[in-house]
Structure formats: C-alpha cells, structure tokens
Design a protein. Structure first.
Length: 269
C-alpha cells in the first residue's frame, strides 16, 4: 500500500487542463479547469494559495500532453497518472515518482560514465524513466530502466526550489544529510548549520563544480563546493581544441566521446 499523501504533495500535483471539447455554460471563451493527478479530483478553481505545476492540452491528433509550468520540459504521461503497459512505475519507485524528483543514476553498464550523475525525473515512456541531467552536464535527457534510479546520496549538493511554506529557502544551496525513502523526502543541511526536510521534488541536484562555461576558451575562476558545503575557488583552463573536438564528437555517429587528461596544480597557502 502507498503511504498517505501529504498536503504538500497534493498542492504540488495540480494540473491546469485546457479541453476544447468541453461544452461551456457561457460563451466567454475557453477556460481551464484544474485536476489533481494524485487525488484524481477536478474542480473549477485552484485552492487558495496554490499554483498548478503542469498544464494539460491536446495535440492535433487528440492526444493529451503535459507541459511543465516552468517551460522546462513536456511529457506525454505524468508519473502519477501512469497508463502504460506493464507494472506501475510507483510500484518500484514508491514515493519517488513525482515530476521533478531529484534522483541519481546507478548500475548502468553501457553508459557507466553516467553512474552517480544527478538529475530530475521528468516522466516515463514505455515503462522506462526519463531523467534530465543537471544543467552543468548540459541538461541531456537519458532514458533508463527504473532499476537504474536511486535517491541522491548523502552529501550531494542540492538547491531548494518551489517551497510554499518556507519560500525564503528557495534558491538556497545545501547538501543532503538524510534520505527518508518511505516518505520520499530529503533532509537538507545549509551552511549556517540549519536543516530542512523537503519533498524529493523540491530540490534540484547540482554538480559541485559551478560557473563552468565550456564555450569560454580563456582561463577563468570557478567555484566548487567541498564535502562540508563550503565554497572554494579554482581556475579552469581548457585545451585549445577542446570546443571544436566536442562539436566533432557530437556530429559523428560514434557514441564514444574522446577523453581528456585532467591536470591539477596544487598551490599552498
């Protein structure tokens, strides 16, 4: 049995539905109604203080699709409204199926270089999960078996987002201190020593390497986050042919990208 859905989870599960096939009582034009994909209830207006996470529309063929309100991605099926074949995704994810849930890749064999990388669950397709990698990893979307997803590890750097009850924390960066698998929550610790337990789709996994611009050929200062959550500075210098080689790799048929040596210069205080 699934655990009880919290008020916060329900508030994050509203879909704005635009259905041109509805017979409207007035002629003022098309208006949306709102559907909660967790409680499976519909109503004319959103609850007070709540905003929709998704908008649902039909394409020319009459098929429903769902666009995230942030404009970041569009999916054919919401995880919480799964209608695909085979076992239900949440039978294995159990509380980790909400759109935007921060998760990590594990157990990949063909693309083993991606193991441990963090991303955002954006949906399912044919019984497999779609995970969008962090922007620092160029935001690629990978399709993997559900078994290749796991919660973020303790110590992972994350950014808080979309909190309704504590909006002052939105945008704050911290590290995962605890993982509550049963409730689908992370306990996030911040630099000032405080912590906050949040739903797994209220954080964004972040690379510990910040401010990297792979298009910039010049030497530039960057920031990385150490294991204690402290900000440290470093300087990144890319090879002269790095960018052109990356374009060649992307344009080729091979899935293997060339590797580059990493030289680290240690400087004492």
């Amino acid at each position: 049995a699934r655990c009880n859905t919290s008020d916060e989870e329900l508030a994050a599960s509203w879909v704005e539905v635009w259905d041109p096939g509805l017979d409207l009582p007035d002629a003022s034009g098309l208006h949306p109604y709102y559907w909660n994909c967790r409680s499976e209830t519909s109503q004319r207006d959103l609850p007070r203080g709540v905003v929709a996470t998704w908008t649902a529309r039909k394409n020319k063929e009459g098929r429903w699709y769902y666009a995230h309100m942030s404009g970041s991605h569009t999916v054919w099926c919401l995880p919480t409204a799964w209608n695909g074949k085979g076992s239900l995704p949440w039978a294995q994810l159990h509380g980790w199926d909400a759109p935007g849930t921060a998760m990590a890749l594990a157990g990949l064999t063909e693309e083993s270089r991606l193991n441990g990388q963090v991303g955002e669950l954006i949906g399912f397709r044919d019984g497999r999960a779609l995970l969008q990698l962090t922007p620092q990893l160029e935001g690629d979307v990978v399709t993997v078996d559900i078994a290749n997803l796991q919660p973020l590890s303790v110590g992972t750097a994350v950014e808080i987002r979309d909190l309704l009850q504590a909006p002052e924390l939105n945008g704050q960066v911290g590290t995962v201190e605890e993982v509550n698998v049963e409730r689908g929550r992370y306990k996030v610790g911040f630099r000032d020593g405080t912590s906050k337990s949040v739903l797994a789709n209220r954080v964004v996994g972040k690379s510990r390497l910040w401010d990297i611009d792979l298009k910039d050929h010049s030497e530039r200062p960057c920031v990385f986050i150490d294991s204690a959550g402290q900000h440290r500075k470093y300087v990144l210098t890319l090879p002269t042919d790095f960018w052109s080689a990356r374009l060649e790799d992307r344009g080729g048929e091979s899935r293997t990208r060339r590797s580059w040596p990493l030289l680290i210069y240690m400087h004492g205080n």
